[in-house]
Design a protein around this ligand. Structure first.
Ligand code: 5GP
Length: 185
């Protein structure tokens, strides 16, 4: 859906990125990844559910074969803060030992969930584990884990659309926007 289909157009404060901007940036990232992984096999691991749109458009931007697999994790936390303690809801189908893995994320905030995921995947003996994220918030810069590919650095606001939800809404919005405070206050 487009912005005009959001029931109350007061729900979204501001469009941060249009669909064209997002897809254009993912195509640039795909060219970088292709150069970095030339001659090597590549397994993209998407983190459900938020990364579904990023995965779909990134994977289709490649001019080479890539494999896709999925994980679903839930973070134990109090309210909206993530604690870094994670439970696997759906594990990978693939055995990643000896393989080059690129985790595909929608957004990194504190990075706690992702740090846990990287440690978990590295324990399975892959050839490499790197991270690509469409969006990165300022707190993620404190992370110990290196994020190799970043679409856009954004300010500390709550964003929705393009896979990102608020209470399971807005995931199918084509663009990314900030949520008006009255929606969640
Ligand atoms: P972290 O462990 O990096 O703090 O949490 C990352 C997860 O929190 C993301 O995968 C996403 O599910 C959620 N998250 C963080 N910031 C936002 C945001 O601005 N909007 C939405 N919709 N989810 C967010």
């Amino acid at each position: 859906m487009d912005l005009q289909h959001v029931e109350s157009d007061l729900d979204l404060d501001q469009t941060l990125f249009t669909e064209d901007q997002i897809i254009g940036r993912l195509q640039e990232i795909a060219r970088e990844v292709e150069a970095d992984y030339e001659g090597r096999d590549l397994l993209l691991v998407g983190v459900l559910k938020g990364a579904v749109m990023v995965m779909a458009d990134l994977a289709r931007s490649f001019d080479r074969h890539v494999e896709m697999d999925w994980m679903a994790v839930s973070s134990y936390g109090s309210g909206t803060t993530s604690s870094g303690v994670v439970r696997i809801l759906k594990d990978l189908d693939a055995d990643i030992s000896g393989r080059h893995v690129l985790i595909v994320e929608d957004i990194i905030d504190t990075g706690l969930t992702l740090s846990w995921l990287v440690t978990n995947l590295r324990s399975r003996g892959p050839a490499s584990v790197e991270i690509a994220t469409l969006l990165r918030k300022p707190d993620a810069l404190q992370m110990e884990v290196d994020v190799k590919y970043v679409g856009f650095d954004i300010p500390n606001a709550f964003v929705v659309g393009y896979g990102l939800d608020y209470a399971e809404r807005y995931r199918n919005l084509r663009s990314i926007g900030t949520l008006a405070p009255h929606v969640y206050s």
